[in-house]
Write a protein that binds this ligand. Structure first.
Ligand code: BES
Ligand code: MN
Ligand code: ZN
Length: 488
C-alpha cells in the first residue's frame, strides 16, 4: 500500500478526487467556511454525528465535494489513543474493499503523534493475509493520502510510521505463514532477501556450523525434526564500524509441538506463531532498511522445529550449552530458552551496547499480562526505561516484571548446572532467570511476547508486535531525527 503525505488546507479538501474522503473531527473543532466544515457543523448541530472518538457518519456524493463518498470521523481529543480508536471504528469499511484511494483530512491541524498513529492503524485495519489462499482477496485499499496543513511538522513521524508499517507487515506475513511455508530454511531466505538492501548483510549458519560453535542446547531442540536448523545472523551498519551494536535476539521455533513433552491437540496449530520473536527481528530490519538510522544493529535468530521423534531429546537428558554450563532438560516443551541461551552466548562476540531478546516464551506470561502488554525483564534500569518509553510511544506497550534471584531457586538440578524448568509459580519469571544465566556484563532485556505476538479466536493472526516498540527504541538510541528515507 502507498502512503503519501501532502499539504492540504481544509478549504481545499472538498476538491480532492478519491473514493473516500475522511474528515477527522476533534471535540475542539472550529468549522471554517468550506463545504466539508459546513457538512460537519450541520451534522454536529443536529446530533447525527459526535466528535467522540470512533463516532462516524458517511455521506454519499454530497454536492460540491469531489470525493465519491465522505466520512466524518470523531477523533475525540485528538490524542494518539483517540485517533487509534477512531481508525479502528473504520476497520470494517477499510477491509470491505470498496475504496481504493482514501484521503484523510483534519478538522484541526494534527500533531506528529496523531499522524503516526493514523498511518499505523490504517495499515493494521486494512491488512489481509493472502499467501496460502488460492483466490486472492487481496487488499483493495491501494493508496492512502494524509492531507495536513503543515507537512514539515509531521514529516518525521509520518516517515517513521510508514517504515514501522513495512516492518510490522513483514513480521505479520512471516508469523502468519503455516509452519510448512515458514521453515527455518525459509526464514533464512527471508533474512537473506533483506540483505539485498544497502547497509544490511546476512550470514546463515546450518547444522554443521552450529555444531562447530558448540550450540548443543539449541541443537537438542532441533534433533527431533527432519527440517535442518538455521542460526540466522543479520547485520545493519548505520554507524561507524567501531560503534558497539544493539543485538536483537528472536526465538525462531517455526513449530512447537512440545517435543516428547507433547502439547495437547487443542489449539496446537497456534504454535506456528512460536517464531514471533524471530519475525519481530526480521520486521525491525525491514524498517531499518527504510529509516537508515545512525546505529549498528545485529539480529540473531536460532530457528528450528520442536517435534517428538525417535531421535528427539528426552526429559532428563543433559546437554552442554555453548557457554559451557550443563542443562538438564526436564521438560522438552521449555525449548525456547534452550535455543535462546546459545544465541545469548553467541552475542558476546559483538561486545554489545545492549542485548534485547524477544520470545513467545511462556504460557505463564499470557496468564499474567494477557494480550495488552508484553512482559519486560531487564537487568539494567536505563534500558528498561528506554524500552518502556518506546512501547508507550509506539502504542506497543510492555510491563516490567521482576528478576529477584530467589526466583531462580527452582531451577536447581541434581544432575546438571541448571534445569530448564522450575515449578508452575511465576513461570514467566523463572524462564527469564534461566536466560539471565547466559548474559554477560552488558545491559540485557527480555520481552516475553507470548500474549502479544498473535491473536487467537475469530481474528486469529499475527500482530507484528513488538516491531513498533523496537523501532522506536532503536531510533531513540540513535537519536535519529532527521530521518533519511531510501531514495531521498
Ligand atoms: N511456545 C511456548 C509458550 C507459549 C504457550 C506461548 C502458549 C503462547 C501460548 C513455550 O515453548 C512453552 O511451551 N512453554 C511452556 C514452558 C513450561 C514447560 C515450563 C509453557 O509455557 O507451558
Ligand atoms: Mn514449548
Ligand atoms: Zn515454544
Amino acid at each position: 500500500m502507498d502512503f503519501e503525505l501532502k499539504t492540504l488546507a481544509l478549504a481545499k479538501a472538498p476538491g480532492q478526487r478519491c473514493d473516500l474522503l475522511v474528515l477527522l473531527v476533534e471535540e475542539s473543532f472550529a468549522p471554517g467556511a468550506d463545504a466539508l466544515s459546513s457538512l460537519a457543523a450541520v451534522a454536529l448541530r443536529h446530533g447525527d454525528f459526535k466528535a467522540r472518538a470512533g463516532s462516524l457518519l458517511q455521506c454519499y456524493a454530497p454536492p460540491t465535494i469531489a470525493a465519491r463518498s465522505v466520512l466524518l470521523l470523531g477523533a475525540g481529543d485528538g490524542s494518539p489513543v483517540a485517533v487509534r480508536k477512531a481508525v479502528l471504528a473504520l476497520a470494517g469499511l477499510l477491509k470491505a474493499g470498496v475504496s481504493r484511494h482514501v484521503v484523510f483530512a483534519f478538522g484541526s491541524a494534527p500533531g506528529p503523534d496523531a499522524v503516526g498513529v493514523l498511518v499505523r492503524c490504517v495499515a493494521e485495519a486494512s491488512y489481509v493475509y493472502t499467501t496460502t489462499k488460492s483466490k486472492a482477496e487481496s487488499r483493495t485499499l491501494a493508496r492512502v493520502t494524509v492531507g495536513v496543513p503543515d507537512v514539515a511538522r509531521v514529516r518525521v513521524a509520518f516517515d517513521t510510521a510508514v517504515a514501522v508499517v513495512a516492518g510490522v507487515e513483514f513480521a505479520r506475513e512471516w508469523a502468519n505463514r503455516p509452519a510448512n511455508h515458514a521453515t527455518p530454511t525459509m526464514l533464512g531466505e527471508a533474512a537473506r532477501s533483506l540483505a539485498r538492501h544497502a547497509g544490511i548483510s546476512c550470514k546463515l549458519h546450518g547444522p554443521a556450523q552450529v555444531a562447530r560453535l558448540g550450540m548443543s542446547a539449541f541443537m537438542a531442540v532441533a534433533q527431533g525434526s527432519s527440517e535442518p536448523l538455521r542460526f540466522i545472523e543479520l547485520h545493519y551498519q548505520g554507524g561507524p564500524k567501531t560503534q558497539a551494536p544493539v543485538v536483537l535476539v528472536g526465538k525462531g521455533i517455526t513449530f512447537d509441538a512440545g517435543g516428547i513433552s507433547l502439547k495437547p491437540a487443542a489449539g496446537m496449530d497456534e504454535m506456528k506463531f512460536d517464531m514471533g520473536g524471530a519475525a519481530s527481528v526480521l520486521g525491525t530490519f525491514r524498517a531499518l532498511v527504510e529509516l537508515r538510522p545512525r546505529i549498528n544493529v545485529v539480529g540473531l535468530i536460532p530457528s528450528c522445529e520442536n517435534l517428538p521423534d525417535g531421535k528427539a531429546v528426552k526429559p532428563g537428558d543433559v546437554v552442554t550449552s555453548m557457554s559451557g554450563q550443563t542443562i538438564e532438560i526436564l521438560n522438552t516443551d521449555a525449548e525456547g530458552r534452550l535455543a535462546l541461551c546459545d544465541a545469548l552466548t553467541y552475542a558476546a562476540r559483538f561486545k554489545p551496547k545492549a542485548v534485547v531478546d524477544m520470545a513467545t516464551l511462556t504460557g505463564a506470561c499470557v496468564v499474567a499480562l494477557g494480550a495488552v502488554r508484553s512482559g519486560l525483564f531487564a537487568s539494567d534500569e536505563a534500558l528498561a526505561e528506554q524500552l518502556l518509553a518506546a512501547g508507550e510511544a509506539a502504542l506497543d506497550p510492555c510491563w516490567r516484571m521482576p528478576l529477584d534471584d530467589e526466583y531462580a531457586d527452582g531451577l536447581k538440578s541434581a544432575f546438571a548446572d541448571v534445569a530448564n524448568v522450575a515449578g508452575r509459580p511465576a513461570g514467566a519469571v523463572t524462564a527469564a532467570k534461566f536466560l539471565q544465566r547466559f548474559v554477560g556484563a552488558w545491559p540485557w532485556a527480555h520481552l516475553d511476547i507470548a500474549g502479544t505476538a498473535w491473536k487467537s479466536g475469530s481474528a486469529k493472526g499475527a500482530t507484528g508486535r513488538p516491531v513498533g516498540l523496537l523501532v522506536h527504541y532503536l531510533l531513540a538510541a540513535a537519536d535519529a531525527a532527521p530521518v533519511r528515507r531510501r531514495g531521498k
